[in-house]
Design a protein around this ligand. Structure first.
Ligand code: SF4
Length: 244
């Protein structure tokens, strides 16, 4: 199957079946379709693993998180969930916290919402196996999937900062209101945070906001907006790589 056919299949999976041509020429290049960007070497966004010391740092971080008792959530979790993906890559997806399935399996974004996220990412050439790291702000599941409490976020956020130091992403994709608001320290609604390039942390990593896949399962009409967000994120990364 060609790359375009595969992409069309993923788009159908996420509920997007229309390939919309972008009017007019794109600055710096020939006219192209809305879903197309200059091709990077495949798999796009993959990078060689960091220095040898990084493997040790990952092991230490994993052990620390798995045994963490910094907040009360350690009492109710089955296991802490660190993250999944290559040790170093351009893209990092950040959600809010593990749900019941993630808590059981020890991996973020599994189950129906995880499958939808995977399909969305594949539509822009990304996969957790090859070129995108996926994590949550909280590493332990809040009981009943309630929203994270500020003290839990404060306790857990240093782990995310360490993951970002190790992965060295060039773009962060915050999925869902809770993740976006906590990462950006704002209470602005998600609708106002979308469509802008924010900055995160000391490294000023570009951060783009989109919907949580669990929300998209409940509100499929917004899948098209999520697809716009993904294309926007990809353009933001391309701009940051070329310094334009
Ligand atoms: S949520 Fe974070 S800070 Fe709280 S126990 Fe789990 S790993 Fe530790």
């Amino acid at each position: 199957m060609s790359i375009d056919a595969r992409r069309a299949e993923y788009l159908r999976t996420i509920g997007i079946d229309l390939w919309v041509p972008r009017p007019g020429p794109v600055p710096g290049g020939a006219a192209r379709c809305a879903g197309e960007l200059p091709q990077a070497p495949q798999p796009a966004g993959a990078r060689p693993p960091g220095p040898a010391g990084d493997a040790e740092a990952w092991q230490r971080l994993r052990a620390e998180v798995l045994g963490c008792t910094r907040c009360a959530l350690h009492q109710s979790r089955t296991q802490a969930v660190l993250g999944v993906g290559p040790a170093r890559c351009d893209w990092m997806v950040i959600g809010e916290a593990p749900g019941a399935e993630e808590d059981r399996r020890g991996e973020p974004f599994v189950g129906r919402a995880g499958k939808l996220l995977d399909a969305m990412l594949r539509a822009i050439g990304l996969s957790r196996e090859a070129n995108v790291y996926i994590a949550n702000i909280l590493k332990s599941r809040p009981p009943g999937n309630r929203d994270p409490r500020p003290e839990e976020v404060q306790a857990c956020l240093p782990y995310l900062h360490r993951q970002i130091e190790l992965v060295q992403p060039r773009l962060l994709l915050a999925v869902g209101r809770i993740a976006a608001q906590n990462l950006l320290g704002t209470d602005e609604p998600l609708g106002r945070l979308r469509g802008r390039v924010h900055r995160f942390g000391e490294r000023n990593v570009p951060l783009v906001v989109t919907y949580h896949p669990a929300y998209l399962l409940r509100s499929p009409a917004d899948k098209r907006k999520a697809w716009e967000d993904l294309k926007f994120a990809r353009e933001a990364l391309a701009r940051s790589l070329t310094g334009s």
